[in-house]
Ligand binder design. Structure first.
Ligand SMILES: Cc1ncc(COP(=O)(O)O)c(C=O)c1O
Length: 378
């Protein structure tokens, strides 16, 4: 990439072997769910330490399936963070249950585990923590709380493939874990996702929920006993995902390397002293799905994004607080309910970070930030 090209905030990296593999699948005569989905599931299961894994058409639907497997529905409450992609709480609404938000820890930007217990009611059935930007939420505290109160945990690990918690891969332990393979994620299957199921979960039901509730037997037998969706993955997508999984460790190593360069470059221009909050300096556990800064409130984010864009640098917003969307306001949420999520959500900015980015891109971004923030009087 030439240094003056437009720098996106992320970009998928599909290698020639995968592209050739996709062509083979397309020519094979079997392009929807088939042998490559099975192979992708097997590889993911090995990655997660031998646990049961099913692939689906999206990360969103995997969370919905987990909620259905737990029979969570009307009258039930699910506790989650207001600072996430809206899918996280939309799936709770989709099964007819009630999302209960708990404010974030402003340092990690994840659900503040210290605030969870106070929000538990007799209706609470599950905690749905999000590992935002790939930084694990406090699973020790969350799993302990869940155990103490008889709750289930569905980890929204959409952004956290390859992240570690106390030396163990996210998804390789605990209750349910849901991952997304959307093109912005650390590995992609174009669209897609997978659900890691705990011991004792009804894997067969999870499979039926994926495709119209259909159960086949023998050569011609078929029964349907549950309303299933249409959320199977295609073999074309699975071939892309499998090819990406082979490169995940290398991708994540490069992301960690770039994150460490970002910290050095941000320190060199004294960003923190100028009031800009950096992400936690976790170069071990996070998979560095995103590098996000929180400028002080006086900086208008849209103006900052425009000024960076004028210098060829694309940034992103992940995310505005969910409870202030119309759908949620209509359910009674209002400004002031979750002040930390509101403050962070109003300012948070995702800087470019993807494995194919050049080292020089990091300094290009921070030099632009330095200049633009000066214009804003910082
Ligand atoms: C935190 C979070 N949760 C859920 C999802 C949903 O995943 P998908 O887009 O694959 O449905 C995403 C990604 O888009 C996400 O970032």
């Amino acid at each position: 990439m030439q240094s003056q090209d437009i720098l996106p905030f992320t970009r998928p990296d599909i290698d020639d072997d995968t592209i050739a593999g996709v062509v083979e699948v397309l020519r094979s005569g079997w392009i929807t769910t088939g042998p490559w989905c099975a192979r992708f599931e097997q590889a993911l299961s090995e990655f997660f330490g031998g646990r049961a894994v099913l692939v689906y058409a999206s990360g969103t639907v995997t969370m919905e399936v987990a909620l259905k497997l737990l029979d969570i529905g009307p009258g039930d409450e699910v506790m989650t963070t207001p600072l996430s992609w809206v899918a996280t709480s939309n799936v709770v609404l989709a099964v007819g249950a009630t999302p209960v938000f708990v404010d974030i820890d402003p340092v990690t930007r994840n659900i503040d585990a210290r605030r969870i217990e106070a929000a538990i009611t007799p209706r609470t059935r599950a905690i749905l923590p999000v590992h935002l930007a790939g930084l694990p939420a406090d699973l020790e505290a969350i799993n302990a709380l869940a155990e103490r109160h008889g709750l289930r945990v569905i980890e929204d690990a959409a952004q956290a493939i390859g992240s570690l918690w106390q030396g163990r891969r996210i998804g390789s332990f605990g209750d349910f874990a849901s991952f997304s393979f959307h093109p912005n994620k650390n590995i992609t299957s174009i669209e897609g996702g997978c659900l890691v199921l705990p011991e004792g979960a009804d894997v067969d039901l999870a499979r039926r929920l994926r495709l119209q509730g259909v159960q086949r037997s023998g050569l011609d037998g078929m029964d349907v006993d549950v309303v299933g969706g249409k959320s199977n993955l295609t073999d074309v997508a699975a071939r892309v995902g499998w090819g990406q999984l082979q490169r995940l460790e290398a991708f994540n190593a490069r992301r960690r390397d770039l994150a460490s360069q970002y910290f050095a470059a941000c320190d060199a221009i004294g960003l923190e002293a100028r009031g800009v909050q950096l992400p936690p300096r976790d170069l071990v556990q996070s998979n560095w799905h995103m590098f996000q800064i929180v400028p002080p409130a006086q900086v208008q984010r849209a103006a900052l994004m425009q000024a960076l864009k004028d210098r060829g640098i694309t940034t992103g917003v992940h995310y505005p607080p969910i409870h202030l969307f119309s759908l949620y306001r209509a359910r009674g949420f209002k400004p002031g309910d979750f002040p930390e999520a509101e403050r962070v959500g109003a300012s948070i900015l995702t800087l470019p970070l993807f494995p194919a980015m050049l080292d020089s891109d990091v300094t290009r971004v921070t030099a632009a930030l330095d200049a633009v923030l000066r214009q804003f009087g910082l």
